[in-house]
Design a protein around this ligand. Structure first.
Ligand code: MOS
Length: 751
């Protein structure tokens, strides 16, 4: 494989030997041996333990806390309350961009959601701090909690997600519905979900004057650094955040959260290093969640199955004090061709923690409704669900009319269907049984997720000993980002993998943007690619200007960087090692810089999305309604695949989350108190090994010349889209029963 990059007017061709290899995780051995140190594994000298007390009401204020009782407990050093909490340089409710999370930082006694921090107890030991927090015995002035999607007045939000318009349309949906031979109108509900990474939010914070040293998991180091700088009124450069390993993120570690800031405030208050780790139940409130949705999809189709109108309306919820709205209706923009499309959102404000992006925010919830509705319409038209999707295949982005930068969805459908054996599926439901008499059903769903890229930076160094360094403040949530990015680094530097030292996960490295929106490999990867190109160009300049170099005068034809040597492109036999070039120039090392930024011209010319198709088999007990997913096949096209092993694993993870969404996950709110009743990993159900059948992910080849120079789309979130809908459709196909309320539990299926 050959990569072409154009640098400063010259073309450098190089052999890419690492990109595309199924390398195992660079940090795998560290993790399985326990050598990887996560945030909470740090114990600086003199460190104290902080434990949050959180509200047991949803709305009101704290009337009293028994601080004396907590202070009297052995080992308790300090109790941080609104009475003594450090004042902040910035209002934690102030917000100058959508990537800021409003926070409750003990600046007043108000309570605006359950599990809101109301005090922090700081002690010699975790046990003392925990007991001290229990002794606070808060009393409240309680106001009635506004819960549920009908729990407050509804309004149209000004924007959804991180800034999309709440309403969009193309064509005349009413006319399209009126003129349709067949119409369907159905409402689907999805519950609140909580991220639940294995590693809860945790922070170890140490102040030294006005500088701050922190270990905490983060999907966005530079943004977290900037947020802390604003809140504490100190220079960002004085804040060092280390986040080499995350025990999962899924979006809830994308923006700095209140509890992390409380850890920093506690350290300031006692002037000692402090560790604060959230208990599992404390994850259900102050660090984000996926809001519930109620979505109405209306479709019109001509008698041949061609859609005449697509209308997708989503109702969702946010907190009373912040404005993240799950953009559930927006999936209707991207997938199915229709002369008329309309999407809209309405929302309610509830006494809940603010929702936040959670893996495929909008697409995960939206695709579950749309893929169910499409399946219902296919049946109404008497068509096979795959044939119906192909009938309504769109070669341009439906809402904008833009061509796709690439779209291998047909191939995804074809390869997934072939692998699954879809062709023998009976059209009517309730036709298949296994040898044990269980009902068998097959369903499918289309997967889609935007191919995004943010701004990122990287720094590259080539050293005279023939090794290289690549630095970028990238994040690895466990998905293998470090490995994939190190592969891009090796190719960018023209070195073997083991000659490259890859540094990431620290805020003193160049800002790599946020690890979110499935954009991290593209964002950090393109910055790395650029830094590699920059340093190679500088090295080439040194050699080509030097008469003693075999590369002298190669300027117009360029050079190839490979295995630590530059070769003349017009005569590959003439080459020189990086070390020799640097030595002759009297240098021990040479540095290059790179930055990524999406290309506005390409953005306005093309719609950029990854695509996929998921096929599911379920078995349902006809008497008891027990549902098991027995087979999942996904086929995905996401541009250039940097590391097929990591990518396959991302798809598995996404599809497994799809199983979770379809059948398991649901945060249950007590309507009287507004509290979440199942805020633990015993009762908040996620699939375990026994719930997960054979899962296959097919990597469909796709070349995208427009998304970025490497052709990278994202793979982190697309797997969850499509899968839950496919399972819901398979449950219908097995039983003839359409459940429109998720998760599809026994009672909903039997009821
Ligand atoms: Mo993701 S929800 O963009 O971490």
């Amino acid at each position: 494989m050959v990569e072409m990059t154009s640098i400063q007017g010259q073309t450098h061709t190089r052999q890419g030997s690492s990109i595309g290899q199924p390398l195992t995780r660079m940090d795998g051995v560290l993790k399985v041996t326990g050598a990887a140190r996560y945030a909470a594994d740090h114990h600086p000298a003199g460190m104290l333990y902080a434990v949050m007390a959180v509200s047991s009401i949803a709305r009101g204020r704290v009337a009293s806390l028994d601080v004396a009782a907590a202070m009297a407990h052995p080992g308790v050093v300090q109790v941080m309350t609104p009475g003594n909490a450090p004042k902040l340089a910035e209002d934690p409710d102030a917000k100058t961009n959508p990537f800021m999370f409003r926070m409750d930082l003990l600046q007043n006694d108000g309570v605006r959601y359950p599990n809101q921090p109301i005090a922090v107890v700081i002690a010699d030991t975790l046990e003392s701090a925990t007991e001290g927090a229990a002794l606070l015995a808060p009393a409240y002035v309680t106001e009635p909690a506004r819960v549920g999607l009908d729990g407050n007045a509804s309004f149209a939000p000004p924007a959804v997600g991180v800034g999309n318009p709440a309403e969009m349309h193309r064509g005349d949906v009413d006319a399209g519905l009126k003129g349709a031979a067949l119409r369907m109108d159905a409402t689907y509900e999805t519950p609140a979900q909580y991220h639940n990474p294995m590693e809860p939010h945790a922070i170890v914070a140490t102040w030294d004057g006005d500088t701050l040293s922190i270990d905490t998991p983060s999907q966005g180091l530079a943004m977290a650094q900037g947020r802390l700088a604003g809140l504490f009124g100190i220079a960002p450069e004085g804040i060092h955040i280390r986040s080499p390993f995350l025990g999962g993120g899924f979006g809830c570690k994308g923006l700095l959260s209140g509890p992390q800031v409380l850890g920093v405030m506690a350290a300031r208050l006692v002037d000692r290093p402090v560790k604060l780790v959230l208990r599992r139940e404390q994850m259900y409130g102050p660090v984000g969640h996926r809001a519930p949705t109620r979505q109405t999809v209306r479709l019109g189709a001509a008698s041949d199955g061609a859609l005449t109108a697509v209308s997708h309306h989503a109702k969702t919820a946010s907190s009373t004090f912040d404005d993240f709205f799950e953009p559930a209706a927006d999936t209707a923009h991207t997938v199915y061709a229709s002369p008329a499309i309309a999407t809209s959102h309405e929302a309610v404000r509830l006494d809940t923690g603010t929702p936040l992006f959670m893996r495929a925010p909008g697409e995960a919830t939206g695709s579950i409704a749309m893929e169910s509705a499409i399946d219902e319409m296919a049946h109404a038209c008497g068509m096979d669900p795959l044939a119906f999707r192909l009938k309504n295949y769109s070669d341009v982005e439906p809402i904008s009319g833009k061509p796709f930068s690439s779209k291998a969805l047909r191939e995804c459908y074809a390869q997934g269907a072939a692998r699954f054996g879809w062709a023998t599926r009976p059209l009517a439901p309730r036709q298949m049984r296994d040898e044990a008499g269980l009902l068998v059903g097959w369903g499918m769903g289309t997967a889609t997720f935007p191919a995004l890229m943010f701004q990122g930076h990287a720094r590259a160094v080539l050293r005279s000993d023939g090794t290289g360094v690549m630095e970028t403040g990238a994040h690895d949530m466990g998905q293998g980002a470090w490995t994939a990015l190190a592969q891009i680094a090796a190719d960018g530097l023209g070195l073997e993998q083991d000659q490259v030292e890859f540094r990431a996960g620290s805020s003193d490295l160049p800002d790599a943007g946020i690890a979110g929106g499935s954009a991290h490999t593209a964002t950090a990867g393109m910055a790395i690619h650029g830094a590699g190109a920059d340093v190679i160009a500088k090295l080439a300049d040194l050699a080509m200007d030097d008469q003693r170099s075999p590369l002298f005068g190669a300027g117009n034809t360029g050079v190839i960087a490979r295995s630590g040597r530059l070769h003349r492109r017009d005569d590959e036999g003439r080459s020189e090692s990086y070390g020799d070039i640097l030595a002759r120039a009297g240098l021990t090392e040479i540095e290059g810089r790179g930055a990524s930024a999406s290309d506005p011209a390409a953005q306005s010319a093309y719609a950029m999305h990854a695509h996929g198709a998921v096929f599911a088999e379920v078995k349902v007990d006809p008497e008891f309604g027990q549902i098991r997913v027995t087979r999942l096949v996904g086929a995905f096209a996401a541009g250039k695949i940097i590391n097929p092993r990591m990518v396959q694993s991302q798809y598995y993870g996404g599809m497994i989350w799809g199983v979770s969404f379809a059948l398991h996950e649901e945060a249950l709110t007590d309507r009287r108190s507004g509290r979440i009743m199942n805020q633990n990993l015993a009762e908040y159900h996620v699939p375990v090994n026994a719930d997960i059948p054979s899962v296959e992910a097919i990597l469909v080849e796709e070349h995208d010349p427009h998304v970025n120079a490497l052709g990278i789309k994202g793979v982190g979130e697309i797997g969850i889209t499509g899968t839950a809908g496919a399972i819901a459709n398979a449950v219908w196909h097995a039983t003839g029963i359409r459940v429109r309320e998720f998760p599809i539990t026994l009672d909903r299926l039997m009821g």
